[in-house]
Design a protein around this ligand. Structure first.
Ligand code: AHR
Length: 523
């Protein structure tokens, strides 16, 4: 099987290579070599750092207990934000956070979440378990949080149950430097300077929890609401339209045709479900190889959705002015029994790490159109970076992948050619090795490598066209079990280790362990 990470101009070059697929006897520990070529002489687009973004919704313990414990908590905090979480997120260089939802966004009225906390109303979180939303974490708390960890703010406005007036006021409250009453209200609430809000979503999942609309109707609403989101922000605000999910190409087509000229980005949502069945999705841990393979196959499906949505966008926007933001993606499993049932808390294993790496690699390959992505979600919800329980915190395998990929933020994508055997399970056949490469602003080339095969190490022979490379060093994430994970009892069961599988015999040769992700810098 061969995979070319390259723009169309390299298609002819791709023909030089032939696909290689081999049957490997069960139980074999290594298999036929993989050939990997990096075209350092044919750089592609910049990989927007925002594709390493995150999503934090008022859902379960995503915000309360995850980010926010309040200034009076016995859990160590700074102004109400957990110290352990702040430090962990700083190490990820989180480029952007999407907030407050999700489905929550179209039920959220921003005035509930400003002013003295004791006076804020308690509301029912109708989308997520009917729990009481205390509104202790509101606009000031979110924008302050984003600023503390150096992330851009992506705020999603309420189209489903809010008015254009309410949305316009919110933007003015956050971003106006004028002496207007709303800007003065912000100052009275403790924030003198306007915040930077570079991204604003006009509703969420308008086809579903955001209002169950038809695309024609939403496109008109987008035009109307967008008109009133006035640009007070010093650096401007990019407007994001609620886009399709999965393979709903009709939605993308209609919204682009009718409102493409008014938007800066169209969103795409896609969740990886092991069984493909929302009623019985599959477990987060304790699964067999059938669901290892089906999950990775499902994760790769987003490549097709992005490719086809991009083709639709190309028809209306050949200059690629409008970006595609994959502003919700990640794994979604059956809820584990226990108190968090129903609020999308799930464990996160080595399998999630591979899903993360495969997905990030796909976004990088589409860097010309995909200029933001937000994993769902940051803490304690779905494919989380971080799990917390009272004063304890666990970093997940997904967290480590995001940390390993930091050098790709804002780097220049380099086309990669991978000639790899297949990893096969039953009727599923996937390229065993997936890879991307990029050159950072200091000139260093970084390679991200994924071995999807849970049984066989991959021997990878690396060629770099257009750069001379003598050595490589980096980290690898792997474990004995497919569902290896960190728990509160064993918080360090899985984590990255120095990558030692580098040798030189003419070319650089990497020995990539079975079921692993590695990121290496080439020198
Ligand atoms: O991430 C959980 C939910 O999934 C979001 O609230 C919604 O937008 C999506 O359906």
């Amino acid at each position: 099987m061969s995979r070319l990470n390259a723009p169309a101009t390299l298609a002819a070059w791709a023909l030089v290579f032939c696909a290689v697929t081999v049957a490997v006897p069960a139980g074999a520990a290594s298999r036929e070599a993989v050939a990997l070529t990096v075209r350092a002489d044919a750089p592609g687009p910049t990989i927007d750092r925002h594709i390493f973004g995150q999503f934090a919704e008022h859902l379960g313990r995503g915000i309360y207990g995850g980010v926010w414990v309040g200034p009076g908590s016995s859990i160590p905090n700074t102004d109400g934000y957990r110290n352990d979480v702040l430090a962990a997120l700083e190490a990820l260089h989180v480029p952007v956070i999407r907030w407050p939802g999700g489905c929550f966004a179209d039920d959220y009225h921003w005035r509930d979440g400003i002013g003295p906390r004791a006076q804020r109303p308690a509301r029912i979180n109708t989308n997520w378990g009917g729990v009481v939303e205390p509104n202790a974490f509101g606009t000031n708390e979110f924008l302050d949080f984003a600023e503390r960890i150096g992330a851009d703010a992506y705020v999603t406005g309420n189209v489903g149950s809010g008015t254009p007036h309410e949305m316009a006021d919110w933007v003015e409250y956050m971003t106006s430097g004028s002496p207007s009453t709303l800007a003065q209200l912000r100052r009275a609430n403790g924030r003198e300077r306007p915040w930077s809000v570079p991204f604003f979503g006009i509703g969420n999942e308008a086809w579903g929890c955001g209002g169950n609309m038809r695309p024609e109707y939403y496109a008109d609403l987008f035009r109307r609401y967008a008109t009133f989101v006035r640009d007070h922000a010093p650096k401007g605000i990019k407007l994001v339209a609620s886009g399709p999910h999965d393979d709903d190409y009709h939605w993308a087509d209609v919204v682009m045709a009718r409102a493409g000229d008014q938007m800066d980005a169209l969103s795409l949502h896609y969740y990886t479900i092991p069984t493909g069945n929302w009623k019985h999705k599959g477990a987060a841990t304790g699964f067999g190889e059938d669901q290892w393979a089906s999950t990775l196959q499902a994760a790769e499906r987003i490549n097709e959705y992005i490719t086809r949505d991009s083709a639709i966008m190309d028809r209306y926007d050949p200059q690629k002015r409008v970006a595609l933001y994959v502003d919700e993606w990640g794994t979604w499993y059956d809820p584990a029994p226990g108190p968090d049932r129903g609020v999308l808390y799930q464990q996160n294993s080595l399998r999630d790490a591979l899903v993360a790496a495969i997905s990030l690699n796909i976004f990088e390959r589409h860097a010309d159109r995909v200029r933001m992505a937000n994993i769902a979600q940051m803490i304690n919800v779905l494919q989380a970076m971080i799990l917390t329980r009272q004063d304890k915190m666990v970093l997940t395998p997904t967290y480590y992948v995001f940390r390993m990929y930091v050098p790709f933020q804002g780097a220049t994508e380099l086309p990669v050619r991978v000639d790899t055997p297949s990893y096969r399970y039953g009727a599923i056949a996937l390229p065993a090795v997936d890879a991307t490469a990029a050159r950072d602003t200091a000139g260093t080339i970084h390679l991200a490598l994924v071995n999807l095969d849970p049984h066989h190490e991959a021997t990878i022979s690396v060629r770099i066209d257009g750069a001379s490379v003598h050595s490589a060093a980096g980290e690898v994430l792997t474990a004995d079990a497919m569902d290896a994970h960190n728990s509160f009892a064993h918080p360090h069961a899985i984590g990255p280790a120095p990558f030692r599988g580098v040798s030189r015999s003419g070319r650089l040769v990497f020995r990539l362990p079975a079921k692993s992700v590695a990121v290496v810098a080439l020198h």
